[in-house]
Structure formats: C-alpha cells, structure tokens
Design a protein around this ligand. Structure first.
Ligand code: RP5
Length: 163
C-alpha cells in the first residue's frame, strides 16, 4: 500500500525517539514512509516534502524535532494536511525547548503537539492511525483492538506489586 503517513524528523539522532511512532504505525497496520528532513539543514527539501505531501497521497505528517524545533511548524505552513509534532527530549533543556517551540504556534497555522519524548512519539503514531481510521475501516478496527487489548491487560493484572 502507498504510504498514508509521512514520518519525518530533523536528524538521525531523533530516531531512537521517533522509532516509537514507526512501531505504533506498524502495529496498527498504517503504511508510512520515513525520512530525515531538517528545517535548518535542508530547508529546500522541507519545502519540497511538505508542498508535495498531499499530491503524493499522504494524509497525515508526523514531525519530530528537538531544541529550536521549527520542523513541524514550517511543514504545517506548506501543507493543509494535519501535522503532528513530537518534541524530542533535548540534552540541555530536557525537551522543554522542543515542546515550547512546537506548541507555541501563533494562531493561523495549526500543529497538534504531543508529549515530550517516547510517550509523544508513541501517541503520534496512535493519533495518526486514528485520523487514518476515519476513512480506512481496517485501520480503525486495529485501533479498537489495540485499545481493547490494553484495557484487558490492565484488568488482568490488578496487583501493582506483581511483575
Ligand atoms: C534538531 O536538532 C533535530 O531535530 C535534533 O533533535 C536536534 C539535534 O540534532 P543533531 O545535532 O543531533 O543532528 O534539528
């Protein structure tokens, strides 16, 4: 299947975080593509990627970046596809810089901002799948099954002291 989700990140160093988005998309049967696209190191590539994303068939873009994290906002400015931003945990400021850079978009261009780090990356994959589930019943069913299994796992293991 052609990719529905474009998974991009500012650097290879973001992969240990953003691989959790990839894992969730795979778990939920969402076809995706992945690529390093840097706002400040490859600005022309960023413009090309974002402006061609819709015509190439993508439905959602997940963009992870750290530090002065311009990538999600700049991508959102060049496409009407929903853009989900993942703040990567930076070494110096623990990702607070990334979070504020991504979340504090001025009104008029929207980026859906997730939590810092692994949880945000995981949920970006989940949210992208939920968006794709709006037009793809198979993906929506996979999301429902994932949620049901998660619930059952908690109900089956109520003792907090037991491994
Ligand atoms: C950002 O700068 C990337 O998203 C990454 O989180 C951060 C550091 O990049 P590297 O210097 O590790 O390549 O563009």
């Amino acid at each position: 299947m052609e990719p529905l989700v474009g998974l991009i990140m500012g650097s290879k160093s973001d992969w240990p975080t953003m691989q959790h988005t990839a894992e969730m998309l795979e778990k939920l049967g969402v076809p995706y593509e992945k690529q390093v696209v840097s706002a400040h190191r490859t600005p022309d590539l960023l413009f090309d990627y974002a402006s061609s994303a819709q015509s190439r068939g993508l439905k959602v873009i997940v963009a992870g970046a750290g530090g002065a994290a311009h990538l999600p906002g700049m991508v959102a400015s060049k496409t009407v596809l929903p853009v989900l931003g993942v703040p990567v945990q930076s070494k110096t400021l623990n990702g607070l810089d990334s979070l504020l850079s991504i979340a504090q978009m001025p009104g008029g261009i929207a980026v859906g901002t997730l939590a810092i780090g692994k949880a945000g990356a995981t949920n970006a994959g989940l949210l992208a799948a939920q968006i794709c589930g709006l037009f793809n019943p198979d993906i929506q069913k996979n999301v429902e099954q994932f949620r049901a299994q998660q619930t059952q796992t908690v109900l089956d293991n109520p003792d907090p002291a037991q491994a």
